[in-house]
Design a protein around this ligand. Structure first.
Ligand code: GUN
Length: 174
């Protein structure tokens, strides 16, 4: 997608296209629209990162709380966003054995009890075994260290979701 196309979008179009770059946080896209014109698509990605970094601790925790649990209730209920469903599928979380699903649910609950926000990891850069291993080790982190760790994962998720949007646009103009 050419950055000029992005710069010409109405706020409504921009939120429709970029509204789920940060999971269930369309407000961030709506806020970034005011920063047009962007000189490149990289500048837009940097905009997402800077916006997230500029938030207070409560704001960052709010972003995390908009993320569904991995292999959680929403996956079973079929209520995940398209992006999250795809990412969880790519990490193999849609075909877990019942023992692995139970283990992941237990660890997700333990993690949320410990920190007050859900465990976030860039699922597409991981797989079931690594996610379970990360859950087990990160639950022992300090609160602030873990908040920052989750936020860095959110930024990786954003980068891949933006790439998907650009790739889809490039394909549709071929
Ligand atoms: N990693 C990639 N997508 C997601 C998601 O939707 N939720 C969580 N917790 N982690 C993710």
């Amino acid at each position: 997608m050419d950055v000029q196309v992005v710069n010409c979008m109405t706020c409504e179009e921009f939120v429709r296209v970029f509204g789920n770059v940060v999971e269930r946080c369309p407000l961030i896209a709506a806020a970034l629209w005011s920063r047009r014109p962007f000189s490149s698509t990289l500048e837009l990605e940097n905009g997402f990162n800077e916006f997230i970094d500029s938030l207070s601790i409560e704001g960052k925790e709010g972003i995390l709380r908009c993320h569904p649990d991995l292999a959680g209730r929403e996956l079973l209920a079929g209520t995940l966003t398209v992006e999250s469903r795809g990412e969880q599928g790519q990490a193999g979380l849609t075909s877990l054995s019942s023992a692995d699903a139970l283990r992941m649910n237990q660890l997700n609950s333990q993690y949320k009890e410990q920190f007050g926000f859900p465990f976030v990891i860039c699922a597409r850069m991981s797989d079931k075994d690594r996610i379970l291993q990360q859950l087990e080790s990160r639950v022992r982190n300090q609160q602030l260290q873990e908040l920052q760790c989750d936020i860095e994962e959110v930024k990786s998720i954003c980068r891949l979701r933006l790439q998907d949007i650009y790739n889809r646009a490039a394909k549709s103009t071929k």
